[in-house]
Ligand binder design. Structure first.
Ligand code: DAT
Ligand code: MG
Length: 135
């Protein structure tokens, strides 16, 4: 049986700037998941560097940190049956060029540098990220 899970979701600065927040929230709620917490905020560079520490050696890391601090984000805790995997499926592939039509990234994003939404990739990381951003 699927378990009720909590996952950490963040609508990135490109989507907030382009007024896509409502469209993305609609997708999440239509899928049957529940928004438990939600807040619009700006991220400190240090927090972004910790959040993306697994990518610190990549050539795009500085651009990624710059992008994530370029404007407000909307951060959320989303709950429901298999919420972690369900959100990853709803989001689509990291690179919007290969994300399937019907997914959030497939429909709303064009560039891997600005791919609209973050969602935790495991239950373990979801707990860490919820504590990091809401703790
Ligand atoms: P995801 O966001 O699907 O969990 P990730 O954790 O591997 O993917 O990467 C985090 C973010 O870093 C991703 O959403 C966008 C950026 N990124 C990943 N790969 C990239 C690449 N090849 N070029 C530019 N940005 C990239
Ligand atoms: Mg990731």
């Amino acid at each position: 049986m699927a378990d009720i899970e909590k996952t950490f979701i963040m609508i990135k600065p490109d989507a907030v700037r382009d007024r896509k927040t409502g469209l993305i929230i609609d997708r999440i709620e239509r899928s049957g998941l529940t928004i438990e917490k939600m807040e619009k905020c700006e991220l400190d560079e240090e927090l972004v560097k910790v959040h993306y520490a697994h990518l610190a050696d990549k050539p795009f890391f500085a651009d990624l940190v710059g992008f994530m601090t370029s404007g407000p984000v909307v951060k959320m805790v989303v709950s429901g049956l298999s919420a972690v995997g369900k959100m990853r499926t709803l989001m689509g592939a990291t690179d919007p060029q290969v994300a399937a039509p019907g997914t959030i990234r497939g429909d709303f994003a064009v560039d891997v540098n600005a791919n609209i939404i973050h969602g935790s990739d495991s239950l373990e990381n979801a707990a860490i990220e919820i504590e990091r951003f809401f703790g």
